[in-house]
Design a protein around this ligand. Sequence first.
Ligand SMILES: NC(=O)c1ccc[n+]([C@@H]2O[C@H](COP(=O)([O-])OP(=O)(O)OC[C@H]3O[C@@H](n4cnc5c(N)ncnc54)[C@H](O)[C@@H]3O)[C@@H](O)[C@H]2O)c1
Length: 261
Amino acid sequence: METATQAHREGTPRRVAGKVAVVTGGRGDLGGATARLLADHGARVASLDRAGTPAPASHPGITEYDVDVTDEASVADAVRRLSAELGAPDILVNAAGIIGAAGASHTATVEDFDVIFNVNVKGVWLLTKHVVPAMIEKQAGSIVNFSSIHGLTGGRNVPLYHATKGAVRLLSKCDAAAYGPYGVRVNSLHPGSMNTRMSRRSAEQSDIGPEAYYKQLVGGNPLPRQGEPEEIAYGVLYLASDESRFTTGSELVIDGGYTAV
Ligand SMILES: NC(=O)c1ccc[n+]([C@@H]2O[C@H](COP(=O)([O-])OP(=O)(O)OC[C@H]3O[C@@H](n4cnc5c(N)ncnc54)[C@H](O)[C@@H]3O)[C@@H](O)[C@H]2O)c1
């Protein structure tokens, strides 16, 4: 069956043509689908991920770069290299993230706390810090930060994950406020339960077991199934493109209706 992505490659409108896009977590399930869709719609895409993470099959329009989003020197170096090779970024998608270990707050260690906040929050901030000056100079740009439905609601399984995703939601709104006058938009994206490795891991480590976990997150939803990575990528494409030019500081929830009921 032909996917929507293939159909677009073969001649339908290219919604981010000529733009340079940076996608962190580009070798992951959601970042990878996003990188491919942006490339199929005409962007030159820099896919950034941790050294040693296997890259998916090469794809036209995507260049791979190694980065550790928690390390400022590594982020600065990657942004310098990709800007020299592809041009100054117009789009930044912060999709790198980790779920961390399950367990109530008192069971986590200080190291657990630092690791998850470093990747999920400091990483988003560091990429913004190093990419936004070029956007301010151009007086144009779109930043899309991956939060989660877990950044909108609480839950007892992965409290530190919820806390990091809540932080990403508010950092996005603050940055939207600060950079709007320079033509730079910042929005957060809130996926529900997706058909990905991260979600499988989360189900496996749930204290109620995978079956009950899926039932809770998916079973009672208006659309009672997990989402597919491409269904998130289309949301990013909208926020990244000029079609969303009046949209900033918003929360795009793509969750099959989980948070609606
Ligand atoms: N999968 C879901 O169901 C789901 C739901 C809601 C939100 N999210 C969020 O969406 C984003 C993408 O999730 P995914 O399912 O694609 O996960 P994934 O594990 O497939 O991809 C995450 C990527 O981030 C990279 N990464 C981790 N630490 C890094 C670091 N220090 N430096 C650079 N890269 C690093 C990993 O190598 C990986 O390729 C995450 O922010 C996640 O929290 C996912």
